[in-house]
Design a protein around this ligand. Structure first.
Ligand code: HEM
Length: 398
């Protein structure tokens, strides 16, 4: 009966707002079925609150690249909200100025320098994991946490605390669910900001070789003192949940496609980068983002009014049959003539993607080298979220 009612409610929602259906349990388990229903209904669908959503790769890409769209309405450009995430939530020119400061830490050269640190961490984690372990808590989660806290120069003794608060705040990426969630976010946000204030103070006095020191070195010139700490919070939060979910989604897809796992084990170094790219396409950790029209825009013959939002459903775009053959198949050797949108597109294209790719590639390569007999060993629990997608628990053995 409960299920029937849920289905009826869902059917009503779907008619009025396909996005709402993604929030119900079946949608959270398998959003891809819903993206296909949406695709069949048209490339640009109205949502219940007068906005639009799209699963079209072409339209997602063009909206994300179009400077007539922003991440917030122009009127709000200078206002900071409680959970604003620095330049991810800003339009140019502030976005351009702050992004430029973060970029050098993720350049190809800088990223190559992190390889050894990542390899060391991955091996230590696997040494510690027994024959049966939860791939998320023992492997996929601690790796990005160790790497990003290291880059930020968070002292080892505090790393766990930073990660704990950061994880709670990261849950705001999926929207704020009720007053209790809001209160929890606020409490954790205050604690994390206090920790960063402390660290920033320390680096003003005693600079070291880390991102925080590099930011405070240009304080007052290229970055306002009040902008340093939100940028640190952004780098912390954007960097770990997403990478954790990428590794989790990749291992899950490989385990559910045993021929692909065997292929990877036969050639770990050669195929790990391809496995990462295919996992990013097939089951992206960030399933959607959105843009608001800063002026009227003609999109695919439809006028988008100023202030109207377009939800760009990355998870749907990455399986668009217009750009991918057999889009629902996980295939390491697929032809990659069109980029997936897992890291978005345009001016907000993920600044940390070289690091995310490096971490996930090494994680998969070493797992295949050291645990070729890996298999799923229990019920997979998914994260209760629609924007961020990945397993919360992934029991494995081998
Ligand atoms: C932006 C995904 C890892 C830092 C983004 C965006 C996406 C994304 C989709 C753009 C959102 C939008 O267009 O609205 C991912 C995924 C990752 C990952 C799937 C891992 C698999 C990282 C890492 C870092 C990072 C490791 C840094 C340590 C950022 C930052 C932005 C961003 C700072 C804001 C860029 C801007 O607004 O210009 N990421 N990310 N991300 N990401 Fe990542």
């Amino acid at each position: 009966l409960w299920r029937q009612r849920a289905d009826l409610v869902a059917a009503g929602y779907l008619r009025r707002d396909p996005l709402a259906r993604l929030r119900l349990r079946p949608g959270r388990e398998d959003p891809y079925a819903i993206y296909e229903q949406m695709r069949a209904a048209g490339p640009l669908l109205p949502t219940r609150f007068g906005n639009l959503s799209t699963t079209s790769h072409r339209i997602c890409d063009s909206v994300l690249r179009d400077r007539r769209f922003g991440v917030r309405p122009v009127e709000r450009v200078d206002r900071y909200d409680d959970f604003d995430l620095s330049f991810l939530d800003m339009n140019p020119p502030d976005h351009t100025r702050l992004r430029r400061l973060a970029q050098p830490a993720f350049s190809p050269k800088a990223t190559a320098g992190y390889r050894e640190r990542v390899e060391r961490t991955v091996h230590t984690l696997l040494d510690r994991a027994g024959d049966e372990f939860d791939l998320v808590s023992a492997y996929a989660a601690p790796l990005p946490i160790a790497v990003i806290t290291d880059l930020l120069g968070v002292p080892d003794a505090n790393a766990e605390e930073f990660a704990r608060y950061g994880m709670v705040i990261g849950s705001a990426l999926d929207g704020i669910r009720g007053l209790r969630h809001a209160a929890r976010l606020e409490a954790n946000d205050a604690k994390l900001r206090a920790l960063f204030e402390h660290l920033i103070e320390l680096r003003r006095r005693e600079p070291a070789d880390d991102i925080v020191s590099r930011l405070v070195a240009v304080e007052g010139d290229q970055i306002k003192p009040a902008e340093v700490q939100p940028m640190c919070v952004l780098l912390l939060i954007a960097g770990f949940e997403t990478t954790t979910n990428l590794i989790g989604n990749a291992v899950l897809a490989l385990q559910r496609n045993p021929d692909q796992w065997r292929a990877l084990c036969d050639d770990p170094a050669g195929l790990a980068p391809k496995a990462v790219e295919e996992a990013l396409r097939y089951d992206p950790p960030v399933q959607r983002t959105s843009r608001v029209a800063l002026e009227p825009v003609d999109l695919d013959g439809q006028v988008i009014h100023k202030g109207q939002w377009v939800f760009t459903l990355i998870g749907g775009a990455n399986r668009d049959p217009e750009v991918y053959d057999r889009p629902a198949e996980f295939d390491l050797e697929r032809e990659r003539s069109v980029d997936h949108l897992a890291f978005s597109s345009g001016i907000h294209y993920c600044v940390g993607q070289p690091l995310a790719r490096l971490e996930a590639t090494i994680a998969l390569q070493v797992l295949a080298e050291r645990r070729p007999g890996l298999r799923l060993a229990g019920r997979v629990r998914r994260r209760n979220a629609t924007t961020i997608r990945g397993p919360l628990r992934l029991p494995v053995a081998g």
